[in-house]
Ligand binder design. Structure first.
Ligand code: NAG
Ligand code: NAG
Length: 269
């Protein structure tokens, strides 16, 4: 019986969603693996088969469905003890720990490999839903992230603003779509920023929006009513003052006229 060690990379393997990745694994000494059983597995999973090579052929009937058609060994490399696995068109769910398990009769060994999937999502799109719940409702959405990012709403000075909870969905590639709504009040600038950030992969995308001031005024009909009533009152008060003034002047003129007249009458008598 042969004895061997199974070796893999010390560091995690980084992979970009949508691209292909090679998960390294090889035998020491570099004996041929052609006649051995090579099993690639997910750790901490029920039915964990990612790829199985046995009796000189791939046996993928019990493979995890999400890996179907995406995995292969390197046939030319097997003779050199290289049992690395190629995974095509990487997706979010490929993230995590793998095991390369190799058996020859009674002898076996394995090696663990961590795969870190990375996907940088789209620039956030901000949609304005108009007046809602006492302010203007803005929704920020960004697609295609891995791992799951955070969504932060900020004012023009970069202070984070209280907002609703972040809704999260996964797409067909198991990447994250995030959405977060905020109700904003009028500020000096009416400028708001939605920032989507993923600290583990050190990526950030943000979008700014400017809301026209009149949207806030339209959002508060009572403000408009108050302004109209106020203007009418001012006009009314000014109008009345002028009228009273004229009336008083008229009264004075009449008084002067009346006394003049009475004098005239007196002397004529
Ligand atoms: C196996 O490794 C030795 C050195 O350790 C090297 O000389 C030899 O070419 C390798 N064999 C194959 C098939 O890669
Ligand atoms: C195994 O084969 C792959 C694919 O050709 C190659 O990228 C990798 O460097 C090989 N690993 C070793 C240890 O030879």
């Amino acid at each position: 019986a042969e004895s061997f060690e199974v070796l893999g990379p010390a560091d995690p393997v980084a992979a970009v969603a949508g691209e292909d990745v090679v998960l390294p694994c090889y035998l020491k000494p570099n004996i041929s693996a052609v006649d051995l059983s090579i099993e690639w597995l997910r750790v901490h999973t029920e039915d964990p088969v990612v790829h199985l090579y046995q009796d000189h052929e791939d046996r993928n009937e019990k493979q995890i469905p999400s890996y179907r058609g995406r995995t292969s060994l390197f046939p030319e490399e097997l003779r050199k003890g290289n049992t690395s696995l190629k995974v095509k068109n990487v997706r979010g769910s490929d993230n995590g720990e793998y095991k390369c398990f190799i058996q020859a009769g009674d002898w076996y060994d394995d090696s663990s490999i961590n795969v870190h999937i990375k996907a940088v999502g789209t620039h956030p799109v901000i949609s304005n839903e108009g007046y809602k719940e006492g302010g203007i409702s803005l929704v920020c959405e960004s697609k295609g992230w891995y791992p799951q990012p955070q969504v932060v709403w900020m004012d023009s000075e970069g202070h984070s603003l209280p907002a609703g909870h972040t809704e999260t969905h996964t797409d067909s590639m198991d990447l994250f779509t995030v959405r977060r709504r905020i109700i904003v009040q009028e500020t000096e600038t009416n400028r708001f920023t939605c920032r989507v950030q993923q600290q583990q992969i050190n990526e950030m995308k943000e979008t700014k929006t400017n809301i026209p001031g009149e949207m806030f005024h339209r959002a508060h009909p009572w403000k408009v009513t108050f302004a109209v009533i106020f203007s009418l009152s001012v006009v009314g008060i000014i109008g009345c003052t002028i009228l009273i003034h004229r009336f008083v002047k008229l009264r004075k003129k009449r008084g002067i006229l009346a006394s003049y007249c009475s004098h005239l009458w007196f002397y004529s008598c």
